[in-house]
Design a binder for this molecule. Structure first.
Ligand code: GLP
Length: 241
C-alpha cells in the first residue's frame, strides 16, 4: 500500500488525475473502474478539462461504475447514471456502449448482476479502479460484513450509509435502501486501485483500513492484501494515521 498524503481536496484530485491520465495514455484499450460520491468529482473535473484541452481521449477506454441505487430511474438527479453523465460522460468522447453503470431498474436484478460481472471479465478486467470510502469503511456499497470474495450483487445499505447519503435527498426516507454493487472480490481483481479520501469524516475509517486488522467488519481493510494500491488522502482524512 502506498500512501500519498496531500494537503487538500484539490491536490488529491490533481494527483489522482495525473495517474489516471498516465494509464489512459499507456494502455491501448484501458478499462477503468469508476466511483461516485463527492470525493471523485474533482478527478472528473480535471479529466474533462484535459479532454477539452485536447490532451487526452477516451475513444478506446471502457469504464465500469461500482454501483447504482435500485429503483431510481436513470434520469433521477441522485442516480449514479445521472451523476456520471452530468459530471463526466457527456463531456468526453467515450463511446456510449463502453461506459457501463449497473442498471438499478432492471426487471431481473440478479441477471443484471451476473451480466455486469461477465462484462467486466469479457473486457479483460479492470486496469485501474478508483475508489472512495464510506464513513464506515465501505467500498462501493459493500457494507461491513460483506464477504471479501463477493461478486456483483444486490445489497442492502446500512443505517450509517443511509444517513450519510441522506444529504443528497429531500430526507432520509427518500434514500433507496438497496443497490447493485460490484463485490469486494470483483474490486480486488482490478490490477491497480486508487483509493481517494478527503475530510475529517473519513479519519476513523482511514486509520482502521491502514493500521487495523483485516476484517469483513471493515470492508476496505482487505486492500492491505492487494498488490498495487495507492491511497491518496488529505491531511484531514489522515489526521488519525
Ligand atoms: C457512497 C458510494 C461509495 C462512495 C461513498 C463515499 O456510498 N457508494 O462508492 O465511496 O458513498 O461518498 P463520498 O465520496 O460522498 O464521501
Amino acid at each position: 500500500m502506498e500512501i500519498i498524503r496531500v494537503e487538500n481536496y484539490e491536490e488529491m484530485s490533481t494527483r489522482s488525475c495525473e495517474i489516471f491520465v498516465k494509464r489512459l495514455k499507456s494502455i491501448e484499450f484501458p478499462v477503468f473502474g469508476l466511483a461516485t460520491g463527492s470525493t471523485p468529482m474533482g478527478l472528473y473535473r480535471c479529466l474533462v478539462k484535459k479532454f477539452q484541452a485536447g490532451e487526452i481521449s477516451f475513444k478506446y477506454a471502457t469504464t465500469f461504475n461500482l454501483d447504482e441505487y435500485i429503483g431510481l430511474p436513470k434520469d433521477h438527479e441522485q442516480s449514479y447514471h445521472y451523476y456520471m453523465n452530468e459530471l463526466f460522460f457527456r463531456h468526453i468522447d467515450i463511446l456510449k456502449e463502453n461506459a457501463h453503470v449497473p442498471n438499478g431498474m432492471a426487471e431481473d436484478l440478479h441477471a443484471e448482476c451476473e451480466q455486469y460481472e461477465r462484462l467486466i471479465e469479457e473486457s479483460g478486467g479492470i486496469d485501474l479502479q478508483i475508489l472512495g470510502i464510506g464513513e464506515n469503511g465501505h467500498i462501493a456499497f459493500n457494507e461491513p460484513g460483506s464477504p471479501f470474495n463477493g461478486k456483483t450483487a444486490v445489497v442492502n445499505l446500512s443505517e450509517s450509509t443511509l444517513k450519510a447519503n441522506a444529504r443528497f435527498f429531500k430526507n432520509l426516507y427518500e434514500v433507496p435502501t438497496r443497490a447493485i454493487s460490484m463485490g469486494i472480490g470483483t474490486i480486488m481483481k482490478a490490477k491497480e486501485i486508487i483509493l481517494l479520501a478527503s475530510g475529517g469524516t473519513k479519519a476513523v475509517a482511514m486509520k482502521k483500513i491502514i493500521h487495523g486488522e483485516i476484517t469483513e467488519d471493515v470492508p476496505a481493510s482487505i486492500l492491505q492484501k492487494h498488490k498495487h494500491v495507492t491511497i491518496i488522502a488529505d491531511e484531514a482524512a489522515l489526521s488519525k494515521v
